[in-house]
Ligand binder design. Structure first.
Ligand SMILES: [Zn+2]
Length: 296
């Protein structure tokens, strides 16, 4: 792992109503020393300024699904976030270039699900996973989630660069700031910056060999009727219980009339992003994942 990190980017407000990231970027812009390290540069960016101003997730479409290669190189798309994605891609990337303008992107999100401090990774890049393992050692309560996505090609902001990940913190309602998670996220960022500083200066104590993760299996939608209306809610046992084990016959949903709909597969799974507000429009009630240890 001899790769030298020259520049990293911290992006917040990719979703304009996720205030943890928006306000952390504000804080860092006012106190640049907090993100300054000697061996690399840190760039701070409010990713979706229009959406931040309106305190809405996006203007026309989800910015964090707008960085797939086919969209970045499509000159026929004109929605606000399509154009914004291309601008951000030029500033931080461009995606696919041998030498991108920044080496690593940390994209800050919050979720209405009770995910605590989670790192969401959608690449197999060595440096990213070493950084995640370092964070897990420093802050053992964080959870690492390997996302395999709702789209074919990686389309997150952090997929512009080979290395990077998203931080998801919750439960935070949309448009709300929570002090506890704000400070915990700040601390996490500080650890990541320390990791790069140590990595650049050859001061990392060890190379991590394995890591415990939650590995994406599938996205699960709400039960719906023929007209596509949702007919059941997340069961109270599962609500606010992200990262707990679900076994066959455990309740997943409860209909408006009170009928329980249970998990009916043999394989034990873990539910993440349970009842995330922003996923109603995407047609997901939760992500199902398996818990495993992977070699790095
Ligand atoms: Zn988000």
């Amino acid at each position: 792992m001899k790769r030298k990190i020259r520049k990293i980017a911290i992006t917040g407000g990719t979703h304009g109503n996720e205030l943890t990231g928006v306000f952390l970027i504000n804080k860092f812009k006012n106190n640049p020393k907090l993100v300054k390290r000697d061996s690399f540069k840190t760039i701070l960016m409010h990713a979706n300024p229009k959406a931040i101003k309106k305190c809405t997730r996006y203007i026309d479409k989800d910015l964090n699904r707008s960085f797939a290669k086919k969209d970045l190189f499509n000159t026929e798309v004109y929605q606000y976030e399509d154009i914004l994605a291309k601008t951000i891609n030029v500033k931080l990337g461009p995606r696919g270039a041998k030498k991108t303008n920044v080496d690593f992107i940390i994209d800050l999100h919050s979720t209405t699900s009770n995910m605590g401090l989670s790192i969401v990774i959608d690449n197999n890049s060595k440096l990213t996973w070493q950084a995640a393992a370092y964070l897990k050692e420093k802050v053992p309560k964080i959870n690492i989630f390997r996302w395999r996505g709702d789209l074919e090609d990686a389309s997150f902001v952090n997929s512009i660069t080979k290395d990077g990940f998203a931080i998801e913190v919750g439960a935070v309602p949309q448009g709300v700031l929570r002090a506890d998670l704000f400070f915990e996220t700040e601390k996490l960022i500080s650890h990541i910056l320390d990791f790069f500083e140590k990595s650049n200066c050859g001061k990392l104590k060890r190379k991590y060999k394995e890591i415990d993760i939650y590995d994406h299996i599938k996205l699960l939608d709400f039960p719906r009727d023929k007209k596509n209306n949702i007919t059941a809610m997340i069961h109270p046992n599962l609500q606010d219980n992200d990262y707990t084990k679900i076994q066959k016959n455990d309740p997943l949903f409860i209909t408006l009339e009170g009928k329980i709909i249970s998990y009916d597969e043999e394989k034990d799974v873990y539910a993440l992003f349970v009842n995330e507000a922003a996923y109603y429009e995407k047609g997901f009630a939760m992500c199902l994942a398996e818990k495993k240890s992977i070699k790095l």
